[in-house]
Write a protein that binds this ligand. Structure first.
Ligand SMILES: *Cc1c(COP(=O)(O)O)cnc(C)c1O
Length: 368
């Protein structure tokens, strides 16, 4: 097939359509739409899959971040150190609790937060470090955990893109104080609608997060703190339970796709993803660095090869953060990445023939 999309959710759906319909039907028959056994079963399955003690299902990845910050009582007057190269929600949630996002630069090879910069950005006001395992590859956690533990502050993992990834044989989501997952339909474990999860080994934090997702209730109509409605729908949990059975296979396929690209693009004038030897990524995105990026994207589009740019504008230069005082040149590695990254199709339904077509198309752009 001489084309490739960024995702093919319709083909994926054909694989589990019957099981999903059965699961949805059971929820419809029960007429129980919020929480319930499907949500608890999904939380338990995630704990078992990832080897973490507590999982709190919530309404989105964004709400997972927000709820985690609220549970850690981070707010006005506090600072949170985070990378400037991520999806907006990472920084937006910090600002929403009233804290100040302190943006730092990334490691040019992995696109993840630079541990040295984390150490330099910590002040007495810093109340957490938020790392992002971008594109499905874990950030270099050990030096960050060391710095954070010396400062006595928690590390929050934004693992929205990295469910299943490992760092030194440890799983993403189990590395810091708490971690946040997203089940947005395009994520590696994508649901049918919005969804997210907080993972933690800290029982107290899990209890608070459970209260916060339900307006801070400790028991019916007793509000211990001010939370929100961050609950996950029963139907979405039932669907995610079915999808979990396909997740390992899809992850293997993404890794296979990446290895095919690594090989086929090895002699192309682009930079393929840096594989840190102590990490196993899940390739939420397969992202290359390239010259004449926008021209290449257009050229590939003409050849029916979809691409994505994650992210074209760094967080520290977003309009809504103008008052924080960053300017062009503040975080040069991030800004350079925004100019040259391009993600190629890597979804689990791609065939080797399609991968070869994508790689050949990239090469032919530079040959002309
Ligand atoms: C998707 C994503 C989020 C937000 O998740 P939603 O479920 O869309 O709210 C947060 N951080 C990162 C890095 C993401 O990729």
């Amino acid at each position: 097939m001489k084309q490739a999309a960024m995702l093919d959710l319709s083909s994926e759906y054909q694989l589990y359509k019957e099981k999903i319909r059965e699961a949805v039907d059971a929820v419809l028959e029960s007429q129980h739409f919020i929480g319930g056994p499907a949500v608890s079963a999904f939380e338990e399955r995630m704990c078992a899959e990832l080897g973490v003690s507590h999982a709190v299902a919530v309404s989105s990845g964004t709400d997972a971040l927000l709820c985690t910050l609220m549970a850690l009582e981070i707010g006005q007057g506090d600072e949170v150190v985070l990378p400037a190269f991520s999806f907006f929600a990472t920084a937006g949630s910090v600002a929403r609790v009233g804290a100040k996002p302190v943006f730092v630069d990334i490691d040019a090879r992995t696109f993840n937060i630079d541990p040295d910069q984390v150490a330099a950005a910590i002040t007495p006001k810093t109340k957490a470090v938020m790392v992002v395992h971008l594109y499905g590859q874990c950030a270099d956690m050990d030096p960050i955990l060391t710095v954070a533990s010396r400062a006595g502050i928690p590390v929050i993992e934004d693992a929205a893109q990295a469910v299943g990834a490992t760092y030194k044989q440890r799983r993403a989501g189990t590395l810091g104080t708490a971690a946040c997952l997203s089940f947005y339909p395009t994520k590696n474990l994508g649901g049918f609608g919005e969804g997210g999860m907080i993972l933690t080994g800290d029982e107290r934090l899990a209890t608070i997060a459970r209260q916060l997702r339900n307006h801070g209730e400790s028991q019916r109509y007793v509000h211990e703190r001010i939370g929100g409605n961050f609950r996950l729908d029963t139907m979405k949990a039932a669907i995610l339970l079915v999808k979990l059975d396909y997740w390992a296979r899809f992850t293997r396929q993404r890794r296979h796709n990446a290895s095919v690209y690594d090989r086929l693009l090895g002699d192309a004038p682009v930079e393929t993803p840096f594989g840190a030897p102590d990490r196993e990524p899940v390739y939420h995105q397969y992202t290359i660095r390239c010259r004449r990026r926008d021209e290449l994207a257009t050229y590939l589009g003409d050849k029916q090869v979809a691409t994505g740019i994650y992210y074209a504008v760094p967080l520290h230069l977003q309009k809504c953060f103008a008052s924080l005082g960053y300017s062009i040149g503040s975080l040069p590695v991030t800004e350079e990445a925004c100019e040259c990254v391009l993600s190629l199709p890597c979804h689990p339904m791609l065939t080797d023939e399609q991968l070869a077509y994508v790689a050949a198309s990239v090469k032919s752009f530079y040959d002309v």
